[in-house]
Ligand binder design. Structure first.
Ligand code: ZN
Length: 216
């Protein structure tokens, strides 16, 4: 797997490129749930409807503020590094690196849409990623069970999108747990969400990376 670069900058695997547009396919209501008018075999995962996105990694310019829904899901489901897409195991555990403006450490049981990351790739991310510049928190994690999805919720029985969870950030996605059967019927998912278990905070990424060099 080659790491994509743009003007010398490493581009994370889950970063969308400008050619990777979200396809707006007409929605409908079918069998008491949200559906595409013309639904294909890859539009649902575990029964949940997902956004359609083009796949053209490396084409155009990267949109660093975005996340490619398909690659995010693949990375989360297969424990792949969010930067280089190689398996992200660190001696049976996974390193997670999250933005933390207030310096708050990653909590036991915290839920996230951010895939795991290699120690060496984490050092790259801390150096280059604007959203980590105001602070980050890292942890080694043993368990990463599925928790749910994040996406756009619709009013049940309708095609009326509901506002996001935070009025100050209207683009934020709503989270729906896999145990919320009713909620899952009316969401257009764009992120897979996992739970982080057996969390051990990491403060020294350099030491961790030195102990475990990049596996490629
Ligand atoms: Zn990596």
């Amino acid at each position: 797997m080659t790491m994509y670069r743009w003007r010398g900058l490493p581009v994370p695997h889950i970063t969308p490129w400008s050619a990777e547009t979200v396809t707006s396919a007409p929605l409908t209501v079918r069998h008491g749930r949200l559906a595409y008018e013309h639904e294909g075999p890859y539009d649902r995962h575990d029964g949940v409807l997902w956004v359609r996105v083009a796949y053209a990694q490396g084409a155009g310019r990267p949109r660093f503020a975005g996340i490619h829904a398909w690659r995010q899901r693949q990375a989360i489901m297969h424990d792949l590094c969010m930067i280089c897409a190689e398996p992200a195991h660190v001696a049976g555990r996974f390193l997670f690196l999250l933005a933390a403006r207030d310096g708050r450490p990653i909590q036991e049981g915290e839920t996230t849409a951010v895939p795991p990351i290699h120690p060496a790739c984490a050092r790259l991310a801390v150096r280059h990623c604007p959203h980590l510049r105001d602070g980050w928190a890292a942890a080694l994690v043993t368990g990463t069970p599925s928790w749910g999805v994040a996406g756009i919720r619709y009013a049940p029985g309708s095609l009326v999108p509901l506002p996001g969870p935070d009025p100050e950030h209207p683009d934020d996605l709503a989270r729906v747990a896999y145990e919320d059967d009713a909620g899952l019927r009316w969401v257009l998912a764009a992120r897979e969400i996992i739970e982080l278990l057996d969390v051990e905070p990491v403060t020294d990424l350099d030491a961790l990376a030195a102990a475990r060099p990049l596996p490629h």
